[in-house]
Write a protein that binds this ligand. Structure first.
Ligand code: RAM
Length: 321
């Protein structure tokens, strides 16, 4: 039936509310993902982004937040999970209430989400970090890993890949002496890095597969006056790492574009909310300017390979993310 006076009697369609639940607030990586989510929302129209996360990266904090998002009846939850399994029951509860659950960056176990968006292939990410550490120290010496939180899905997958790489003959002269956790908190990461440097005087490299950890470890190397003796590498944001590349604490690091990741994850959530018939395991999602992204049989997708930064190109990207 036609409305009598167009515009007067027609109700505006209800806003689609997509909640982006990050590992913790105050992390520049997730601030960039949030910017990407906002960009997607502006293009999709009628989408509101609720950006939220605990103050420290814990599963408990995220469970509380999801509980409240269920009461708020959001349309979708896009989450970077602090634990692959602990969040499954609450994620299932959300899905039972009709909320679409998508993990990105750090995954939920398959039964706890409808899809997972990986930034890149885990094998590539793990191998890249070992290669950068090896190159920085001439292929031989003691190395350590400074990770995020001990239960983080993504870091644990990458650490496993790194250990598998280190077992290969080409990296036989690299010795992993310790793996420590800074919980994606700057101060704890810094203290853990100082601890590594002081208790391992032969240490030659720290690999931090976290943007918070790599920044803190670089600062620790500078403060301990170990530039040139210990090299830091891993996954960092150009905006936070430019100074450390210049100080010499870091030669190379890698990352993907977190803005694109948040953008694509938001498009994916929208596809599920709208009931796009292709939004399913084995199908694909329409990710706006990123094109179509294929989902495998487990509902997993991966974006672009990580990009490497060094003194030649870090300044070019540091104003972007
Ligand atoms: C930190 C977070 C995030 C990870 C990046 C590389 O910001 O742990 O999950 O993807 O580092």
């Amino acid at each position: 039936m036609l409305a009598a006076v167009a515009g007067c009697t027609q109700k505006a369609p209800e806003k689609i509310r997509i909640a982006m639940v990050v590992k913790s607030l105050g992390n520049g990586f997730f601030d960039a993902a949030h910017a990407g989510a906002n960009e997607a929302a502006a293009q999709l129209k009628n989408v509101e982004i609720i950006y939220t996360g605990p103050t420290t990266p814990s599963a408990e904090g995220q469970i509380e937040i999801i509980n409240s998002l269920i009461s708020q009846k959001v349309s979708a939850i896009v989450i970077s999970a602090n634990d692959p399994n602990a969040l499954v029951p609450i994620a299932k509860k959300a899905m039972q209430r009709g909320i679409k659950v998508i993990s990105f960056d750090s995954g939920l176990a398959e039964e706890g989400r409808q899809m997972h968006l990986n930034p890149s292939n885990a094998q590539l990410i793990g191998r890249k970090q070992v290669q950068m550490a090896s190159d920085a120290i001439g292929g031989a010496g003691d190395i350590a890993i400074l990770s995020a939180s001990a239960q983080a899905t993504n870091q644990n997958i990458w650490i496993k890949v790194m250990k598998d790489e280190l077992a290969k003959p080409e990296f036989a002269k690299l010795k992993l002496v310790a793996t420590v956790y800074g919980d994606d908190q700057s101060d704890k990461s810094y203290r853990e890095a100082i601890g590594l440097l002081r208790s391992n005087p032969q240490l030659k490299a720290i690999i931090a597969p976290t943007t918070v950890g790599i920044n803190a470890a670089s600062k620790a190397v500078v403060d301990e006056k170990l530039v040139g003796k210990v090299f830091v590498t891993g996954l960092g944001l150009p905006s936070e790492m430019a100074g450390h590349v210049k100080s010499g604490a870091v030669r190379e690091f890698a990352i993907w574009n977190p803005i694109d990741l948040g953008y694509a994850a938001t498009y994916a959530a929208y596809g599920f909310v709208k009931g796009d018939p292709e939004a399913k395991a084995g199908g694909s999602i329409n990710a706006g300017r990123m094109g179509a992204i294929a989902l495998d049989a487990h509902g997993e997708a991966a974006m672009a390979p990580p990009f490497t930064y060094n003194k030649e190109n870090v300044d070019q990207f540091s104003s972007i993310f």
